[in-house]
Design a binder for this molecule. Structure first.
Ligand SMILES: Cc1c2[nH]c(c1CCC(=O)O)Cc1[nH]c(c(CCC(=O)O)c1C)Cc1[nH]c(c(CCC(=O)O)c1C)Cc1[nH]c(c(C)c1CCC(=O)O)C2
Length: 344
């Protein structure tokens, strides 16, 4: 089906657009009362994510209610370890928890590289339903975690400020860490290809914990695997978002991807000069600016747009929208991007 609004895809490919496209990381499932109502009708996040009709419904809510230029499929990066054989729970107010973690070569051995059609069919079904219901209104973004970020959860078992258990394995048994990273990478490639076959128009890789590694380890344990994924996926444009990886921006310019996501700590002009002119940049408004007055949000959004220069830019926040953000403030951000960038 022909897309009616393909601003995101054209901006990713470096084409000139009438205005800057805008969407928000974590736009589905965090801030909308309409989401909470759907969420309350099931036992929790996991059931919602595994019910394709409902996952499609909450995926489309931000398109209808906020006016974003893309939908992102409602799921989680942690469906990948689960499909490999490591189930997770979502603990209310605490986040993800893996009752079992990877400790030994035997544990890595037990992890499978699943067929996504079998183990992740519910995500693929949600994508198919979403595509149908969107009827070409906006592109649909598929996603996965970067292998390093998934590795962090599989070894640590839960969120952490330092992920020091996961990092301990990288120092004490790097071969084991690499064996696990290889399996995650193979799973992720097959999974992203299946998402594309189901209808995803663009894919994003989230390396949420990139910022905890020193540059040399980041190259060896993370970028190497992201690069493998980028090389393997040629069907649709790819975005790589590595939170906190300011030190890796020049290296990331070498990835075979169209778009690099910036967090709000990264200076826009400096990022452009490190990454060069051949990539689109995505980001990077401070998510906390959405707590400010409407006038401040407008001012900060315009300043960001000016710094990116209205070309090869996909407007977004510098990380996911925070759960207690007022949807009305989000609309100020989105409408400012649309109106101000259309005048340039
Ligand atoms: C690190 C990470 C995770 N998940 C994700 C990342 C990478 C992006 C980032 O850095 O924020 C990605 C993700 N998780 C979710 C999406 C859905 C689509 C979207 O809104 O963008 C996406 C893209 C749904 C979710 N993932 C989760 C929820 C909340 C679960 C609930 O309703 O109880 C949702 C809607 C739970 C989750 N899942 C994860 C954590 C740490 C948590 C708990 C805290 C939180 O809410 O973010 C792991």
């Amino acid at each position: 089906m022909q897309l009616k609004n393909d601003l995101l895809l054209r901006a990713a490919k470096g084409e000139k657009t009438e205005r800057v496209p805008v969407w928000m990381m974590r736009q589905a499932g965090r801030i909308l009362p309409e989401y909470r109502a759907v969420r309350a009708s099931v036992s929790g996040f996991i059931e919602l994510a595994q019910t394709p009709e409902l996952a499609a419904e909450v995926t489309i809510q931000p398109v209808d209610l906020l006016g974003v230029d893309a939908a992102i499929i409602f799921s989680d990066i942690l469906v990948v370890p689960e499909a490999m054989g490591l189930p997770y729970e979502m603990v209310e107010k605490k986040g993800p928890l893996f009752p079992e973690v990877i400790k030994s070569a035997n544990d890595v051995e037990k992890m499978r590289v699943p067929n996504p059609e079998e183990e992740l069919g519910y995500v693929l079904d949600a994508i198919k339903i979403t595509k149908k219901e969107l009827a070409g209104r906006v592109p649909l973004i598929g996603f996965a975690g970067a292998p390093f970020t998934i590795f962090c959860y599989m070894v640590e078992g839960q969120g952490s400020k330092t992920f020091s258990k996961a990092r301990k394995m990288m120092y004490q048994n790097p071969a084991l860490a690499h064996a696990l990273l290889e399996k995650i990478t193979d799973t992720t490639i097959a999974y992203l290809k299946a998402q594309i076959a189901a209808g995803a128009d663009l894919i994003q890789v989230f390396d949420s914990w990139a910022g905890i590694l020193p540059p040399s380890q980041y190259n060896e344990f993370s970028l190497k695997y992201i690069s493998k994924i980028c090389d393997a996926i040629q069907e649709v444009p790819k975005t790589v978002f590595a939170k906190g990886a300011f030190f890796a921006r020049a290296e990331m310019a070498k990835l075979d991807c169209q778009t690099i996501g910036l967090d709000w700590n990264m200076d826009i002009k400096e990022s452009r000069s490190l990454i060069g002119d051949n990539k689109t940049l995505q980001g990077n408004l401070d998510p906390c600016l959405l707590y400010a007055s409407d006038a401040e949000i407008e001012r900060g959004t315009k300043e960001m747009l000016d710094a990116f220069g209205f070309h090869r830019h996909i407007a977004n926040l510098g990380h996911g929208v925070y759960p207690d953000t007022d949807p009305e403030k989000v609309k100020v951000f989105i409408n400012t991007v649309k109106e101000y960038s259309a005048k340039q």
